[in-house]
Design a protein around this ligand. Structure first.
Ligand code: DCP
Ligand code: MG
Length: 401
């Protein structure tokens, strides 16, 4: 079992755009400010410039920051000054005034999140998403997944992520998720750590109880009041005593966790197959007599689907319509295009062609627009060749839904 966590994720994503900042203290935090937009414009006002050619001296510094913003994350060079997540920016400015401040670009973060996860599942398909920058990976059925305790596979995954995204991550491999999650922090950044069952006493027990995923600030404080700071101290407690203080399930779980026991599996969530929107009309509409109204609804559906695609980060090649006639019979048509899209007007155009291929004498009670053959956008943008189709394919089915 492995846990993978990206290194200084939001900051590392910005460094891809501004490689001139590599090795410098950079913090991510606060909202987008005028200085951030100005950065990307030529000082002479002659339009946008290439991010990588902006001199380091032009970036906004933490010492000039005024406001109530909080640091989201910091590069490792900035962390050396004691600056880190959740710290107020003005307070951080006292520790590291020369740090460069950038806002988070969520869209970019989500794009890279999908990219690194795709790189993983290409190698190890059983992966559980744990948020934007971390996942659990089951090494069990991956060929070679047990070599050197999983180190060989972990290295391969790191290499593939770096090649595809330019980002580094840290991986912990252990007999279960609980220990893997702790292990991934041991050799950050860009590290691999293998924890074996027999390492429990030497490696895990000296750690603070808060390192157990599931012991939050409140439980941590309560344990501290009870005189328990380390996982080893927790393990030394009688299970019944823990239950008397934390209740049956939490107490028993804490005891198991302190002994490194966890049998929760990696739960994979599959990618969506298609994204669609449909609407049943207030009254049945006719393709000719209610043309304008139908057209408006049709366009709105395409726009909604396009928004859904953009929000979820997918583009699709197969665009289809679904309709239901007044007599409840239904029809679907779809068409596959060469390049995946998430663009509303493109969807509208192709869906419009599909609509031309269905009988429209009867009134309609429902219209739907669907996009399938989905690919994550980052991938579609990076591998346009992979999205090429052998030619337009058309599907037809006519019948009851
Ligand atoms: N994050 C956030 N607010 C926090 C902590 C983190 O918005 N209080 C965001 C920014 C991080 C991302 O989540 O980049 C991932 O969180 P991590 O705790 O994994 O931190 P990093 O990836 O930044 O650093 P590390 O190398 O320690 O994993
Ligand atoms: Mg991280």
């Amino acid at each position: 079992m492995a846990h993978l966590d990206m290194d200084a994720f939001y900051a590392s994503v910005e460094l891809l755009r501004y490689p001139q900042l590599k090795g410098l203290p950079v913090v991510i935090g606060g909202g987008r400010r005028k200085v951030d937009d100005a950065l990307l414009q030529h000082p002479d006002g002659s339009g946008p410039r290439e991010p990588c050619f902006i001199p380091v001296s032009e970036f906004p510094l933490l010492k000039d920051y005024v406001g109530r913003g909080v640091i989201t994350t910091a590069t490792y060079p900035a962390r050396q000054f004691g600056v880190g997540s959740a710290m107020g920016m003005m307070k951080a400015a006292k520790l590291c005034p020369q740090a460069i401040v950038l806002p988070v670009d969520f869209e970019e973060v989500r794009k890279y999140s999908r990219m690194f996860k795709n790189a993983i599942t290409e190698i190890a398909p059983v992966m559980q998403d744990r948020g934007v920058d971390e996942v659990y990976i089951d090494f069990t059925d991956v060929p070679g997944g047990q070599r050197e305790g999983g180190r060989v596979l972990a290295r391969l995954i790191q290499k593939s992520i770096f090649e595809k995204t330019g980002l580094t991550c840290s991986i912990g491999v252990a007999p279960n998720r609980l220990l893997a999650k702790m292990a991934s922090e041991f050799n950050k950044p860009n590290g691999i750590s293998i924890v074996y069952e027999e390492d429990l006493q030497s490696t895990i027990w000296p750690l603070h109880v808060r390192k157990i995923n599931g012991i939050g600030p409140k439980a941590g404080e309560k344990l501290a009041r009870l005189g328990i700071e380390t996982i080893g101290q927790l393990a030394a407690q009688d299970e019944r005593w823990l239950i008397s203080h934390f209740g049956k399930s939490t107490g028993a779980w804490m005891h198991r966790a302190a002994w490194g026991r966890d049998d929760s599996p990696v739960v994979t969530e599959s990618e969506p197959v298609s994204i669609s929107r449909e609407t049943t009309f207030e009254r049945d509409l006719h393709a000719v007599h209610d043309r304008a109204e139908l057209g408006r609804i049709f366009t709105a559906l395409c726009e909604q689907v396009a928004q859904d695609l953009q929000r979820k980060g997918y583009a699709g090649r197969t665009i289809g319509i679904k309709l239901r006639y007044a007599d409840f019979r239904g029809a679907t048509r779809d068409q596959t295009i060469g390049q995946a899209t998430q663009d509303a007007s493109m969807l509208r155009r192709v869906a419009g062609q599909c609509l031309k291929r269905v009988p429209l004498q009867q009134r309609l009670r429902l219209l739907g627009v669907r996009v399938a053959s989905l690919v994550p956008v980052a991938e579609a943008a990076l591998h346009p060749a992979a999205a090429h189709s052998p030619g337009p394919a058309q599907g037809e089915t006519l019948g009851l839904f």
